[in-house]
Design a protein around this ligand. Structure first.
Ligand code: ZN
Length: 438
């Protein structure tokens, strides 16, 4: 008898809840901003919400969340050095599902990290759900100036698939803008990305529900992708979890062309769905984006494998044996005594030592600055093939250690000297906003 009331209550609830012809409404600009800020505030040790730029017409804030372990304790240089995955959405204002995908992935990483901090260890995630805030609010593809932001980036700008005529809302268009990188939104994204050690960049769109390469690799205007083997490895791994196929882009000057071309990140557009603005009727937003979220998670969980990734097998006083466990080749490998041009994925090689640092390039493509993909690993221990470590204290290694300590001290002095403002403007801007909002 005492179970009767609860049972009745459950039956009533089930009856009320059953005919749920659920219609899940997508966020709008303001609710996405509020929810993103609130989500980050729930994880104060690992997430920083910031507003770092304004939209062209309505002055709406462009907001991002930066995620890393103990993020408030990291210096700007430490944060900028972490291998980073960047996810953005809504370069095209009427492609709201791409903001949902960015938001849900952010939520996933924060939740999983709370349960297991190793999920975030040694890397950084940055998410900007809405690049084109004016367009998002007004349901327009282009920004306030009628510019297609995804044709405005200064890499192969205007080469193909763009228009020289201003677009209007709601009509679409592919106006590349009056000059390359002319728009405030484009500049904000570039400034953000220049403050990252960028390994992977996903730019979210909707329409064709597939993956778009940074530039054309077939037909007219084709340019080879130097790290194609790495791209192909990732695309195959990705297809296994998401089922998404890939294709050439339809226009030049896209954010991903700049992401790979200038910033050396493995960069693709993810067309997360076929729908644009509308409520979800047949399923939930999360279910509709399950494939894409699985692909984002795959990339995140294997972030350091994007490119050559050398691991030390054993080390003696004059050589070091390394295996490449990455998805791409490692290039120009050196430990101060000669250069090994290339170590293929899965390959093991012994490198002669002439210093206590192993250095290599993760990719063969060089971006807008030298050394964007340079990896440095400190050596100096004797490591047997069975993994046992004995510190090496030969006179030469002591001298080399002293030299390297002096070099690091010199670098720290240089980094903290008055020219510091050159180092990383974007992070300074983020902190400034943070302080203002407190
Ligand atoms: Zn788009």
């Amino acid at each position: 008898m005492r179970y009767l009331l609860p049972l009745l209550a459950i039956l009533c609830l089930a009856f009320v809840a059953q005919p749920s012809e659920a219609v899940e409404v997508l966020h709008n600009y303001y609710s996405m901003q509020d929810d993103t800020e609130e989500l980050a505030s729930n994880y104060p040790d690992i997430a920083i919400y910031s507003e770092h730029a304004s939209s062209t017409g309505l002055g709406l804030e462009i907001f991002s969340v930066d995620v890393a372990l103990n993020i408030t304790e990291l210096s700007e240089e430490e944060l900028a050095a972490l291998p980073t995955m960047y996810v953005d959405g809504v370069h095209h204002g009427n492609e709201g599902m791409s903001a949902e995908a960015a938001f849900l992935f952010l939520q996933d990483v924060l939740e999983r990290t709370a349960a297991d901090p190793t999920y975030l260890e040694g890397k950084r995630l940055v998410v900007t759900p809405v690049m084109n805030a004016d367009g998002y609010l007004e349901d327009c593809r282009n920004n306030w100036n009628g510019v297609d932001l995804n044709r405005n980036y200064p890499y192969m700008w205007g080469m193909y698939g763009t228009s020289d005529t201003r677009g209007s809302c709601p009509a679409s268009g592919t106006y590349r803008g009056p000059s390359e990188g002319s728009e405030a939104e484009t500049q904000a994204n570039m400034e953000m990305m220049r403050g990252m050690n960028l390994y992977v960049y996903f730019s979210g769109h909707t329409g064709s529900n597939d993956i778009v390469l940074p530039w054309k690799i077939t037909g007219e205007f084709a340019v080879p992708i130097a790290d194609w083997d790495l791209y192909e490895r990732f695309l195959n791994e990705s297809a296994n979890v998401s089922g998404l196929s890939y294709r050439d882009p339809s226009g030049a000057g896209e954010s991903i062309a700049w992401g790979y071309g200038a910033r050396t990140a493995v960069s693709v557009i993810v067309e997360v769905d076929t729908m644009q603005w509308s409520p979800i009727e047949t399923t939930t937003i999360r279910e509709a984006l399950a494939n894409e979220l699985a692909m984002y998670a795959l990339a995140w969980e294997n972030l350091e494998l994007f490119g050559g990734h050398l691991e030390i097998v054993s080390e003696t006083s004059d050589s070091v044996k390394v295996t490449n466990t990455g998805w791409g080749a490692a290039y120009n490998v050196t430990a101060g005594n000669g250069v090994t041009e290339k170590i293929e994925p899965g390959e093991t090689k012994t490198i002669k030592k002439g210093s206590n640092f192993l250095q290599y390039l993760r990719l063969v493509h060089v971006g807008e600055e030298e050394g964007l993909t340079l990896v440095t690993i400190e050596l100096g221990n004797i490591i047997e093939d069975d993994g046992e470590i004995t510190p090496a204290l030969s006179p030469i290694s002591v001298i080399l250690s002293l030299i390297s300590v002096a070099a690091v001290a010199g670098f720290v002095y240089w980094a903290r000297s008055p020219k510091k403002e050159l180092v990383d403007l974007s992070q300074t801007a983020i902190r400034k906003v943070q302080r203002k909002r407190k």
